[in-house]
Design a binder for this molecule. Structure first.
Ligand SMILES: *[C@@H]1O[C@H](CO)[C@@H](O)[C@H](O)[C@H]1NC(C)=O
Ligand SMILES: *[C@@H]1O[C@H](CO)[C@@H](O)[C@H](O)[C@H]1NC(C)=O
Ligand SMILES: *[C@@H]1O[C@H](CO)[C@@H](O)[C@H](O)[C@H]1NC(C)=O
Ligand SMILES: *[C@@H]1O[C@H](CO)[C@@H](O)[C@H](O)[C@H]1NC(C)=O
Ligand SMILES: [Zn+2]
Length: 255
């Protein structure tokens, strides 16, 4: 085995042994876990609005529509830059510098999208409502992007496309680093610790929110500067977690 491959395996073994902090890595299960938990924590007013806005096929389950934004990425080509942020190989994030698409259009990144869809949803039940936006789509985008921005490698380096060009091993399978964080970590945890039962994992996280992490909850719920959403804070935490955890020990790309 080449030294390079060995290094990456070691990096991932040590990663696996670490107990994961709250919420990480978003394939379909990751997104659905986030939305299931979120739906139980809404105010009565917000819960009613969500119920009204959810499409019929969601059957009142926010978790079931949380990956809709990934499904429409190709139909709505314009939306694909809205799932992530690229930083210039640095472990910090700045809205002005980093929140743009490949053509340099400002605000076209996941932080800009969270601001965008939050302000659209704030018009719910107001005069501006109905006229301009499909608020069902605004809701489905928002709940998805709130998940994406918390996956460390969705705020990653432009040079490796958020870990998409870095090959690693996850146990016996070859994967790109980004996919490990989107999907593999969660699926392996489900299998190992929850008998492949997603609801068991949801329950365990909810119990932690009630107990272990109770003193952090106020901080998650409130946003400084009187804003309803604070994606810049999440993005800054994301790139820091990417450097401290996701990229750590992954030094070279072997092809
Ligand atoms: C804001 O939302 C509208 C409606 O979906 C969309 O056309 C536009 O591209 C979005 N812009 C950003 C930055 O999210
Ligand atoms: C709003 O968007 C949803 C999801 O794309 C779609 O099913 C629904 O028909 C749209 N509503 C209107 C009034 O266009
Ligand atoms: C719950 O919190 C404990 C203590 O921080 C941690 O060891 C455990 O992994 C957490 N469980 C989940 C499902 O996050
Ligand atoms: C926050 O909003 C309240 C009420 O709208 C206002 O009195 C206060 O000055 C605002 N604080 C900041 C930092 O903008
Ligand atoms: Zn996404």
């Amino acid at each position: 085995m080449g030294e390079c491959r060995m290094q990456k395996m070691l990096a991932f073994l040590s990663l696996m042994l670490v107990t994961l902090p709250p919420i990480y890595g978003w394939g379909t299960d990751g997104h659905s876990i986030i939305c299931k938990i979120a739906q139980t924590r809404l105010s009565e007013e917000a819960a009613d609005a969500v119920k009204q806005l959810l499409p019929k096929w969601a059957e009142d389950d926010l978790g079931s529509v949380c990956s809709w934004a990934d499904q429409v990425k190709f139909r709505y080509r314009w939306s694909s830059p809205l799932h992530f942020i690229n930083t210039p190989e640095t472990c910090s994030y700045q809205y002005k510098r980093d929140c743009k698409d490949e053509d340099g259009e400002a605000g076209r990144c996941v932080a800009g999208a969270i601001n965008n869809y939050t302000s659209q949803l704030l018009t719910y039940n107001s005069a501006a409502d109905k006229a301009e936006y499909n608020l069902t789509e605004s809701l489905l985008f928002l709940v998805h992007f709130m998940g994406d921005i918390h996956q460390p490698l969705h705020v990653g380096f432009a040079s490796d496309k958020g870990g998409n060009t870095i090959d690693v091993h996850w146990y016996k399978t070859k994967q790109v680093l980004h996919h490990v964080w989107d999907t593999n970590i969660i699926e392996t945890a489900e299998e190992r610790f929850y008998n492949s039962n997603v609801d068991g994992m949801v329950d365990a996280i909810q119990q932690n929110i009630t107990n272990e992490w109770a003193d952090q909850v106020k901080r998650w719920e409130t946003c400084s500067l009187n804003k309803t959403a604070c994606p810049d804070i999440y993005a800054s935490e994301g790139i820091k977690a990417a450097c401290d955890w996701a990229y750590k020990g992954v030094k070279e790309v072997c092809t």
